[in-house]
Structures are given as structure tokens and as C-alpha cells.
Write a protein that binds this ligand. Structure first.
Ligand code: ATP
Length: 319
């Protein structure tokens, strides 16, 4: 191969820029040309393709988001739309594509590979919900942001003897909530991996107050319940002022922590190595500290994300 393309797709995550830089600089070192595709699969179909050089990725390792931009573009599920994407790649004589994103972006990369255009996927999302990797690019930065927010809410909660219900991102994955809860010293949590009832939660909180707690923090993974309603129900049952806070997109921004910069750089360099060695339709992961690659479809369909039940049980024992 002589020319590779790179795009970021789906929700942005801190460290995506480091990964783009890793791809670009490694490819140039190996004598390849690199093309940046702006705004994900949408930009690919609209031919927003620009050649990148060393300086195109200068001063971006510290920046959150993705300088290439990202997009939701459901039309990419349509094969006719993907034909246009492949035609644009061929027009620029691009031989292979690196896609940084989540599960949905991986599906797009797999389809392109099946239709004759080789792709490699890198896991870029704060949710840590991608199979075939222990960690995703952006997760540790978002975890730091969530913990800092919990710390701030704890200060005010403690002063006012309030209960705080905090909604944390993660889609269907409780990693961000569980780890933020442990680091933030919160014993009450609602996560997708462990079933719960509101009645049990309220009983636990009442027990906490009976034991002498002056305030309480409940962390909840997004989509598990309506946190504003939950706050009302807790207040009515426990008779302590209760407020809900949705951390939202604040968790997606900010300068990446060192781990995400290092992970993005390593995975970016590895993706180029894989392409040079003729691999395609693979997704990159880090497992037990080592870079690995898996078949994208096998990863999406058959691999399971391990859930750290030990950590959950530890958190409950700190009650
Ligand atoms: P995140 O989980 O961080 O939001 P994601 O990559 O899962 O990231 P999606 O919006 O699901 O985000 O997917 C990103 C893009 O990938 C979609 O907007 C679409 O262009 C493309 N895509 C998703 N699913 C498919 C599919 N089945 N076939 C082809 N392309 C797809």
C-alpha cells in the first residue's frame, strides 16, 4: 500500500487526536501518504478529503475532541451510499482506511472491507463499551472528569446534608459509573450489569442515614432511569433534600489524560503496522497491557466485555 486515509466517526472522545497523530506520523515515517477525511463517513461520501503532512498534526496531542470532526450518518448503512465512499477513496488513490470510533463505526469499516476496501478500526469512545479491548481511547479522561464532578457535588452535598443523584455516561456499559463511584467514594450505584429495585436502593440509603451518614451520593448509568424522577422518589421516601445532576457531554470534552494520549499513539502506530502487513477488517485492542487485533465482526458479535464484579462487591463493602 502507498496511501492511507483516516477518519473519526460517532461520538468524539479525548485522545482521538493523539491516535490520528499516531497514524499520520507513523505512516509518513514508513514512506506512506496520508489523507484526512473530515466529518466521518459523511465527509467520506461528500469527498471532504485532504492530504496531511507532519505539521497537520502538530500541537494536537493535548487537545480533546477530534480535529477531523465527526458525524452521525445513518445513510452509510446503505450499500449504494458506501459505493460513493469507495469511489471517492479510489479517486484519491487511497489503498486503505483507518476508522476511529465505536461499534457503529466498526460496522461501517467492516462493510467497506467486505466490499473490497481494507479498513482497520481503533476503539475511540469514552464509554469503554467496545469488545476486544480492555480500554478505549477517551475512557480514562472521562473517568477523571466524572470523579472531579462527583468530588465537587460531594462538597456541596455534605454542607447541605443533601442526597445527590448523578447520571454518568457509558450507554450500556457500567465501567465509567462503577469506577467513578469507587474513586468518588459513592456506595450507591445503578449500573446495567447489576439488577436493582428502587425500593432496595431507598432502603439502603435509609440504612446509611440510620448509621450516621450526613449525605449520600447515588451514581446512575445513563438510560437506566429518569434521574429527576428518582431524586423526587428518594426525597419523598427518605425525607432529605435530593437533587439530580446529569453530567452529560462535559464528560466527552477536555484535554486527554496521559494514558489516553499514550493509548491513542500506540494504537495509531499499530494500525499502520497492520495495514503494511496486509491485515484488513481488524479492530485494535489492548488486553493485559498488550496491543492485539481481532476480526471486527467476531469482536462485535461474539466477544463479551468482562464486568468487574469484584470491584462492585468491594464498593458495596465500603458502605
Ligand atoms: P459512539 O458509541 O461513541 O457513539 P459509534 O461509532 O458507535 O460511536 P454510531 O453513531 O453508532 O457511533 O456509528 C457511527 C457511524 O457509523 C454512523 O453514523 C454510520 O455512519 C456508521 N454506521 C453505523 N452502523 C452501521 C452499519 N450497520 N453499517 C454501516 N455503517 C454504519
Amino acid at each position: 500500500i502507498k496511501k492511507i486515509g483516516i477518519l473519526t466517526s460517532g461520538g468524539d472522545a479525548p485522545g482521538m487526536n493523539a491516535a490520528i497523530r499516531g497514524v499520520v506520523r507513523t505512516a509518513l515515517t514508513e514512506g506512506l501518504d496520508v489523507f484526512g477525511i473530515y466529518d466521518g463517513y459523511l465527509g467520506l461520501c461528500e469527498d471532504r478529503i485532504v492530504q496531511l503532512d507532519r505539521s497537520s498534526v502538530s500541537d494536537i496531542i493535548t487537545r480533546g475532541g477530534t480535529f477531523l470532526g465527526s458525524a452521525r450518518f445513518p445513510e452509510f448503512k446503505d450499500q449504494e451510499v458506501r459505493k460513493k465512499a469507495i469511489a471517492n477513496l479510489k479517486k484519491h488513490q487511497i489503498d486503505a482506511l483507518v476508522v476511529i470510533g465505536g461499534d457503529g463505526s466498526y460496522m461501517g469499516a467492516m462493510r467497506l472491507t467486505e466490499e473490497g476496501f481494507p479498513c482497520i478500526g481503533l476503539p475511540g469512545t469514552i464509554d469503554n463499551d467496545i469488545r476486544g479491548t480492555d480500554y478505549t481511547i477517551g475512557y480514562f479522561t472521562a473517568l477523571g472528569t466524572a470523579v472531579e464532578s462527583i468530588d465537587r457535588l460531594r462538597d456541596t452535598c455534605s454542607s447541605h446534608h443533601r442526597i445527590s443523584v448523578i447520571e454518568i455516561m457509558g450507554r450500556d456499559c457500567g465501567d465509567l459509573t462503577l469506577n467513578a463511584a469507587v474513586a468518588g467514594g459513592c456506595e450507591f450505584m445503578i449500573i446495567p450489569e447489576v439488577s436493582y429495585t428502587k425500593e432496595d436502593l431507598i432502603e439502603e440509603i435509609k440504612l446509611g442515614f440510620a448509621k450516621g451518614k450526613k449525605h449520600a451520593i447515588v451514581t446512575v448509568t445513563e438510560n437506566m432511569c429518569d434521574v429527576n424522577q428518582l431524586a423526587k422518589d428518594i426525597e419523598a421516601a427518605v425525607h432529605h433534600e435530593t437533587r439530580a445532576t446529569i453530567l452529560g457531554h462535559v464528560q466527552r470534552g477536555g484535554s486527554p489524560v496521559p494514558y489516553d494520549r499514550i493509548l491513542g499513539s500506540r494504537m495509531g502506530a499499530y494500525a499502520v503496522e497492520l495495514l503494511i502487513n496486509g491485515h484488513a477488517g481488524r479492530c485494535v485492542g489492548i488486553q493485559n497491557g498488550k496491543l492485539v487485533h481481532h476480526d471486527i465482526i467476531d469482536a462485535i458479535n461474539n466477544m463479551k466485555r468482562p464486568f468487574d464484579m469484584d470491584l462492585y462487591n468491594t464498593a458495596k463493602r465500603l458502605f
